[in-house]
Design a protein around this ligand. Structure first.
Ligand code: SAH
Ligand code: SF4
Length: 418
């Protein structure tokens, strides 16, 4: 089924994309690298790594500071480039470690600037095929949002989500999560001292192409809590990647017991995949609801630290035709969220082969969005005229498929967290 785009002619047509270009041949079996990568280590992890190659304790803090700068501000890919580090230490680092990022298997660049990378990650067991995850970059004039994966597959089985049907599940390491940011910055030339990529659609304001992060790719980030926490802390470090936690959004399907911990230990912006206003329906769409029903989920949201009108929780709501998209649902949604500083993201459903759902008709999305809007919530599907509402994250497929116009439509709606 194709969803009609907004009937308003002033919207830009959905631009064409380049083919999904395979850069590497798929491997039958994963071969482990000989040396570990330093990407994703915390400052203390880096100090330990330095200790392991004989750097005296008294020097470690200063060395960490140097390495941090080279790795996360300059984005260097080899120790040789670290000119402020002594030759001897550079050689020792090179003998034991790398600065490797996840391998880019394929890249797709859309003329609207959206980019998708297919990344290869090690399998869990020796001899298995490597895993693949996707990472998507969604640029707008004043920002560039990167949609990151936290797991290969997902253990939860939301009935409308393609990731939920995938069998393979492995948690990503902090290095693999941070590595997605590194890859994007490499590809965009988004490092201090490197030449920025020039292409239509890339942000024209701000001094960074990657300015925002959403944890909305594959996986449930709160089921990979420590790695996600550590990765976000690396990403937010003001002397490195420097992406402020106000610009990092973690999306959860509602792992209630972890929400308070996320507030205390991560402190990023929170997005909650609500998708239904009644427990019976949410049980079906997001089966985790049977464990943590709506009332408990909203209570955890109310207690999320630091909420204010300037710091709201984003409630994601996927628009499923005839399932959750009635005017009565919209009114119930508004009532339900009363008293919580909230934003509502209406996400056009992105269909996948074999799904039993369809995306709501555009008229219905408009009606729903109007009710939400009239209740005082800016609703992102009502973007200003003339602007495209493209592009998707959670529904990324691991095949080397082109990012369809439909997918980009959903993606962009999801990425609108502020
Ligand atoms: N596991 C987390 C984050 C990844 S999914 C979560 O569920 O929140 C990111 C978002 O994409 C979620 O709101 C999810 O419900 C939504 N999503 C998943 N599949 C989708 C699809 N086919 N169409 C539109 N949105 C989808
Ligand atoms: Fe997992 Fe999120 Fe998909 Fe649900 S929507 S199956 S939690 S990735």
């Amino acid at each position: 089924m194709t969803v009609p785009l907004h009937p308003d002619d002033s919207r830009q047509p959905v631009p064409a994309t380049t083919p999904f270009v395979l850069e590497k041949t798929p491997l039958e079996r994963y071969v482990a690298p000989e040396k570990p990568s330093l990407i994703g280590l915390s400052r203390s992890g880096l100090a330990e790594a330095l200790g392991s190659i004989g750097v005296p304790a008294a020097q470690r803090k200063m060395r960490v500071q140097q390495l941090w700068h080279w790795i996360y501000t300059r984005g260097v890919q080899g120790f040789d480039a670290m000119t402020s580090v002594s030759k001897q230490l550079r050689a020792a680092l090179d003998a034991h470690f790398t600065l490797a990022r996840p391998e880019v298997m394929a890249e797709q660049v859309s003329v609207d600037g959206t980019r998708k990378w297919l990344l290869r990650l090690p399998s869990e067991h020796p001899g298995e095929r490597p895993h693949e995850v996707e990472c998507v970059y969604i640029p707008e004039a004043d920002r560039g949002t990167l949609c990151l994966s936290s797991q290969v597959g997902c253990t939860l089985t939301c009935s409308f989500c393609h990731t939920g049907t995938q069998r393979l599940v492995r948690n990503l390491t902090p290095g693999e999560i941070v590595g997605q940011i590194m890859v994007a910055r490499d590809r965009l030339g988004d490092w201090l001292g490197t030449e920025r990529a020039k292409a239509p659609g890339l942000p024209t304001e701000g001094d960074r192409y990657v300015s925002n992060i959403v944890m909305m790719g594959m996986g449930e980030p709160l089921y990979n809590f420590e790695a996600v926490r550590d990765a976000i802390n690396v990403a937010a470090d003001g002397e490195g990647l420097s992406i402020s936690k106000r610009r990092i959004t973690l999306s959860t399907s509602g792992v209630v017991p972890m929400i308070a911990r996320a507030g205390a230990e991560i402190g990023a912006m929170l997005a909650v995949s609500l998708h239904a206003v009644r427990d019976d329906l949410r049980n079906e769409l997001v089966p985790l609801n049977r464990k943590y029903p709506i009332a408990e989920l909203l209570e955890a949201c109310r207690n999320y630290p630091g909420l204010s009108n300037a710091r709201r929780i984003t409630f994601e709501y996927v628009m499923l035709k005839g399932v959750n998209d009635s005017a009565a649902d919209a009114k119930a949604l508004v009532r339900l969220l009363k008293g919580i500083p909230a934003k509502i993201n209406l996400i056009p459903f992105n269909p996948w082969p074999g799904t039993r759902y369809e995306c709501s008709d555009w008229d219905q999305i408009e009606k729903f969005s109007e009710i939400v809007f009239n209740a005082g919530y800016a609703s992102p599907v009502r973007t200003p005229r003339g602007r495209d509402i493209l592009a998707a994250c959670g529904q990324l497929k691991s095949a080397t498929e082109k990012l369809s116009a439909r997918e980009r439509l959903a993606l962009r709606a999801m990425a609108m967290t502020d």
